[in-house]
Design a protein around this ligand. Structure first.
Ligand code: ARG
Length: 588
């Protein structure tokens, strides 16, 4: 469906033309003075120079030239040359009626459908999933869903970190503890046991222990580096251990992501890129891009216009080991080969920005991607505690995701039970649903690149700019509709009438902006725009609801019209939260 702002713009273009001005000046925006008008056009100010005329005069001529009472109810020129616009009520009702009848709620699929690989989640195998990985999962999931809703082919890849030093550390620590295991015996040629020599909880204890020791014990660190390298070279016993580590942690990760309602299409991992490394490096050498520098193999990626130092991209260390960069480059090779994406989008902590600048430049320079393949980096900020420092547990440790979710759910449970509208049997399930909205909305309502404070109390509040407030609004609408239906009411026989109050018109105008908002949120990879939209919409709804006695309205046509409006608002809100990655309960 055409956007409402486009329809208004078309009318203004006609008016500019009719008054003798270039229609390209007829740009219309949502009013920033909603007390005065609904939309505005500042084109007369822009046209001042070209026509050597006072903007107010241009604005007046244009306003007088408008002859569509059908779409525009009122167009007025005001000092110093703004054009204020009010939308015609029957037109607005009609627009929403069409939206109501459209299964996509007025949002068209993109004319040009893209294949986008979205690299998000990025957990490291064998390390517990902690809050640091939360943001990537939440933001990435929302962008993926939004793109998919617009008809793009979005391929979400978790891109597990399974190939780095953490693996060497675990192997080394295991070896210290259980040297007798066959995995460490290089002369061993038999089969390895099917059962892993550790459980997930042991694994989660082993890694931090190893990591701490490697920081104090240089010889130990050397061993871990060697083990990492040997693993990467395919040493048999280590590969078998690696397989155990993978099996044990991947099932744990899957369970965690499921709780977050985050779903990946691909469970690829850094090691999958390994087979592409030798050819890629050979080619970079042959074509003169890669050269040796103090034993390491590097590609220069600095550019003349750089304002800060961009170090060369390192492909191989002097001992021949590959690096994070090498893996990311080879993963690009693999992705191009398997999926031919139009874009690869990385949703990663913004502190890794330099790494991605190097990788992207190197990939372009050496021709790993096509000229028109977009490589984008969405760097997100840190999630802080109330003290403004990176979020920690009460005793100062790294917060595990599971525990964080549990804390939120408990807090929600308390509130819901206090509310008492739900039978106890539902309360736990409801707390989980609402708790997820608290976490996700709390994160997504901030611009991704900014740091934010994770504040359980605020996020779980039923009032203010929070997930639970949005869900509360949806549930409220559902219960009104439910009561109407229980009394035998049928929505389908009614239709939307023109708004009769300011609050109703505001609600309708906001609802009509849905399609433009979704497109814009995807284009700018900005889920926070979806949040601001539904917050506004919920506020508009609640204002309207407090002012309007819906179910007791005597005029049946009017009552039906209001209920249809409510149902449409509910649909828009539910579609929006689905794009954000959560859902609403039946009651709360
Ligand atoms: N595993 C990495 C980390 O925890 C994030 C991976 C991001 N994706 C990528 N292709 N580098 O920092």
């Amino acid at each position: 469906m055409k956007k409402i702002i486009e329809k208004i713009t078309e009318e203004m273009e006609k008016a500019f033309e009719k008054a003798g001005y270039d229609p390209s000046y007829a740009r219309v925006t949502v009013s920033n003075r909603p007390d005065l008008c609904e939309y505005q056009c500042n084109g007369a100010m822009a046209a001042k120079k070209a026509y050597q005329k006072a903007p107010l005069q241009i604005a007046e001529e244009v306003a007088a030239a408008v002859d569509s009472a059908e779409i525009l109810e009122e167009v007025t020129a005001v000092k110093p040359g703004f054009i204020n616009i009010k939308v015609a009520k029957p037109f607005l009702a009609d627009y929403l009626q069409q939206m109501y009848g459209d299964s996509r709620l007025s949002v068209d699929e993109a004319a040009e459908k893209k294949t986008v690989i979205i690299d998000y989640g990025g957990p490291n195998v064998a390390k517990p999933l902690h809050v640091g990985h939360l943001r990537s999962a939440i933001i990435g999931e929302s962008i993926k869903r939004t793109g998919r809703f617009l008809g793009h082919k979005m391929i979400g890849d978790v891109h597990l970190g399974d190939w780095g030093l953490q693996m060497g550390l675990i192997i080394t620590e295991l070896r210290e503890r259980k040297p007798e295991l066959s995995y460490f015996d290089e002369s061993y040629e038999g089969d390895y046991p099917k059962e892993a020599p550790f459980t997930i909880s042991e694994l989660e204890e082993i890694y931090p222990a190893a990591s701490a020791r490697s920081k104090e014990d240089e010889a130990y660190r050397e061993k871990a580096l060697t083990a990492t390298h040997e693993l990467q070279q395919g040493r048999r016993g280590y590969m078998a251990l690696w397989n155990h580590i993978m099996n044990v942690s991947v099932s744990d990760l899957k369970a965690n992501y499921k709780k977050l309602d985050v779903e990946f299409d691909l469970w690829k991992k850094e090691s999958d890129a390994q087979p592409y490394i030798p050819d890629m490096i050979q080619k970079m050498k042959d074509e003169g891009f890669a050269y040796e520098d103090q034993g390491a193999l590097i590609v220069d990626v600095k550019e003349e216009t750089d304002t800060k130092e961009v170090p060369p991209c390192m492909l191989l260390k002097s001992d021949g080991a590959s690096l994070y960069t090498t893996t990311d480059l080879a993963t690009i090779v693999e992705r191009m080969k398997l999926f031919h994406p139009d874009e690869i989008l990385y949703v990663v902590d913004k502190r890794q920005e330099m790494h991605f600048i190097q990788v992207f430049r190197c990939a372009r320079k050496t021709g790993l991607v096509n000229e028109d393949t977009k490589l984008s980096f969405l760097g997100f900020g840190t999630m802080n505690g109330k003290d403004g420092k990176p979020f920690k547990t009460r005793d100062g440790g790294v917060m595990r995701l599971e525990n964080l979710i549990r804390e939120i759910d408990q807090e929600m449970y308390k509130k819901i039970v206090e509310n008492r509208s739900v039978k106890d049997t539902d309360a736990e399930k409801t707390a989980e649903i609402v708790g997820l909205s608290a976490i996700k909305y709390g994160d997504l309502s901030n611009q991704a690149s900014k740091d934010y404070v994770f504040d359980i109390e605020r996020f779980t509040s039923f009032e203010g700019n929070t997930g639970p407030y949005i869900l509360y609004t949806i549930v409220r609408i559902k219960s009104i509709l439910e009561r109407f239906r229980q009394e035998g009411g049928v929505l389908e026989v009614g239709r939307l009438l023109s708004p009769v109050s300011d609050s109703e018109k505001s609600l309708m105008l906001e609802t009509a902006r849905f399609n433009g908002m979704v497109e814009n949120a995807f284009e700018e990879k900005a889920p926070h725009k979806i949040c601001s939209y539904i917050y506004e919409l919920s506020n508009d709804f609640n204002r309207f609801y407090h002012e309007t006695k819906i179910l007791t309205e005597e005029n049946q046509e009017q009552k039906l019209s209001w209920l249809i409006l409510l149902d449409l608002v509910r649909k828009v809100l539910e579609q929006s939260i689905d794009l954000l990655g959560f859902s609403a309960p039946e009651r709360m």
